[in-house]
Design a protein around this ligand. Structure first.
Ligand SMILES: [Zn+2]
Length: 165
């Protein structure tokens, strides 16, 4: 078990992360670290490798049980993810582990198809919608050095994060 520190938006590497060439031990350790860190972070539905200081195209997502989730694929770790198609853009609030003090309104595809590589080296295709689609787009943005702060849906789209008790 290896829980990593999540870097803040001031610290995060803004350069595009690198594709992996194959799923080797480095990738398996990275996958474990992403999951361990996600599990140790209350309310976290996704984490990208650059958020734990690794500039590699990988992320974990799990939107199970979230009230805005429709389609759900459970716990996912994907390498080299690519958006195949998206439609029906909708604007909604989102947050980020690297921006703990703020949330923002961001326009994302409601319906999304992506492809990537799983931890067994297998090709994975995911068709999803709603909150899972939003989480996947948010994590893929991290791999391109983008934060929700870079995609705000206009003036008034940035909010102080509510503190949940
Ligand atoms: Zn994020």
């Amino acid at each position: 078990m290896s829980v990593k520190r999540v870097v803040t938006h001031q610290e995060i590497d803004k350069k595009p992360a690198l594709d992996v060439q194959s799923i080797d031990n480095f990738c398996l350790t990275l996958a474990r670290d992403l999951l361990d860190t996600m599990h140790a972070s209350p309310g976290c539905v996704g984490l990208a490798a650059p958020q734990i200081g690794v500039s590699v195209r990988a992320f974990s997502v799990n939107v199970t049980g979230h009230k805005k989730t429709k389609t759900c694929h459970g716990e996912l770790v994907l390498f080299n993810p690519k958006i195949l198609s998206g439609d029906a853009p909708v604007t909604a609030r989102e947050g980020c582990m690297s921006v703990p003090e703020l949330t923002g309104d961001v326009t994302r595809f409601e319906n999304l198809a992506i492809a990537g590589i799983g931890i067994n080296g297998e090709e994975i295709k995911i068709e999803t919608d709603a909150f899972e689609a939003r989480a996947l787009q948010h994590e893929i943005d991290h791999l391109d050095g983008l934060l929700f702060l870079d995609r705000l849906a206009g003036p008034g789209a940035l909010h102080i994060r509510k503190v949940y008790k």
